[in-house]
Design a protein around this ligand. Structure first.
Ligand SMILES: Cc1cc2nc3c(=O)[nH]c(=O)nc-3n(C[C@H](O)[C@H](O)[C@H](O)COP(=O)(O)OP(=O)(O)OC[C@H]3O[C@@H](n4cnc5c(N)ncnc54)[C@H](O)[C@@H]3O)c2cc1C
Length: 386
């Protein structure tokens, strides 16, 4: 399509994890929706690829996320049924570390605050319940059943197909160049044409600083690597709970049970190098494989025996690692969903619901105060501006 086309209720920019779910929820509410993405469906250049993402309920990042996680869990099951795809596998989850470290103590605090079902295991019990895990004598683990794996590519495809079924028009391979909010709606210019709508949703992932340039949000894009290994005994990892391990210097790695091909995926959670999404180095180097194999090899040795492959992926981090989900502070007709800081995927369906509330009603019943783009942590300091 080219030239001027008008009249959508809402345009969604970015059809990755968040935008695909938003497009679906908006179309399901009866709005006419145009979705735009610069790349193809479920592509591997952003943040929503690699076959698996951890979902859990006990949340060391902040207990304020728990009600959103509870709603997301319901919606993952619902979206699986609606799309006929298997989007979530509730394998359970094990969070290991020292008792007073951020991972275990933080998860425990949120579980207690919200009355979440959980167990706390000492090292001997961890070893006997999960023989692949090798805790030190001082490690403990928080175990929860309502944790597991969501599949990012399947989620994007499912939400795109549900959106299309509900009437949304979705254009892939079309890059948004700029947008304006006129006070009577929005206008979006792409490399193919110009579109207008009453409302605009911006869910551009790692490209947020250029798509939401006017706000100058202090977002840092970081490069991470997902590694796959072939265990000698894949059966020992079949259906294994997801795990997060806090090791030396509070560094966290995490991993999954064996996939259909018998491989297991592991990765570091934080410590990625700052990068630009347009020029990020997507090569993975032998030193990086050695680093993860050494770290995980101390704790889950069977998981990192035979290296198979690796793939880079991007986080878009706010300074406090909390999301940005809110109406644009300067434009009532624009809704922002960005800055997911490497832990957003498990929230995808509830983010879709929140965004559709904000677009259709201007408010949401969900607690999103933590995600305010005008919070002090996001105010730019003079050196950011320079
Ligand atoms: C290695 C790794 C592991 C992770 N593990 C977990 C985990 O275990 N659990 C968890 O909850 N989260 C995890 N995350 C985080 C989670 O995957 C992200 O928070 C989530 O995928 C972000 O989704 P998004 O929609 O913001 O970005 P994306 O899915 O990247 O979507 C953004 C879209 O915007 C499009 N776009 C950008 N600019 C334009 C433009 N100008 N015009 C048109 N389209 C545009 C892009 O093409 C892209 O498709 C992980 C992330 C990575 C990288």
């Amino acid at each position: 399509m080219s030239g001027y086309s008008g009249g959508y209720d809402a345009i969604v920019v970015g059809l990755g994890g968040m935008g695909s779910a938003a497009a679906y929820r908006l179309a399901e509410r009866g709005l006419s929706v145009l979705g735009l993405d610069r790349f193809g469906p479920a592509h591997d250049r952003g943040s929503s690829h690699g076959g698996s993402r951890i979902t859990r309920q006990a949340y060391f990042e902040d207990p304020a996320y728990v009600p959103l996680l509870q709603r997301a869990a319901e919606l993952w099951d619902q979206a699986s049924v609606e799309s006929g795809r298997s989007l979530v596998d509730w394998t359970g989850g094990v969070m290991v570390g020292r008792p007073d470290g951020p991972t275990v103590a933080g998860s425990l605090a949120s579980a207690r605050e919200w009355g979440l079902e959980h167990e706390l295991l000492e090292a001997p019990a961890i070893r006997s319940r999960f023989p692949q895990l090798r805790p030190s004598d001082t490690d403990v683990a928080l175990v929860e059943r309502r944790a597991g794996v969501v599949n990012p590519e399947e989620s994007v495809r499912a939400h795109l197909s549900l959106a299309r079924r509900a009437g949304a028009r979705l254009h892939h391979g079309e890059t948004v160049l700029d947008w304006t909010s006129t006070g009577h709606g929005v206008r979006v210019r792409t490399d193919h044409g110009v579109y207008s709508a009453d409302k605009l949703v911006l869910a551009p992932g790692a490209w947020a600083t250029e798509v939401i340039a006017d706000l100058g949000l202090p977002l840092q894009v970081e490069r991470y690597v997902q590694f796959w290994f072939a265990p000698d005994d894949p059966a020992a990892f079949a259906g294994h709970p997801v795990w997060i391990w806090e090791g030396e210097n509070d560094r966290q790695a995490y991993g999954f049970g064996a996939g259909e091909d018998g491989t297991v995926k592991v990765a570091f959670f934080r410590g990625g190098a700052p990068c630009d999404p347009h020029s990020v180095d997507r090569t993975v180097y032998p030193g990086e494989v050695d680093e993860i194999a050494t770290f995980v090899g101390r704790h889950v040795p069977g998981a990192v025996r035979n290296f198979v492959r690796a793939k880079t992926c991007l986080y878009t981090c706010t300074p406090d690692h909390h999301f940005v989900i809110a109406p644009h502070p300067g434009h009532d007709d624009v809704v922002l969903a960005c800055g997911f800081s490497g832990h957003g995927f498990k929230f995808v369906p509830v983010v879709g619901e929140i965004v559709s509330d904000l677009v259709a009603d201007g408010v949401t019943r969900h607690p999103i105060g933590l995600f305010d783009p005008t919070r002090p942590a996001l105010v730019r300091t003079p050196e950011h501006v320079a």
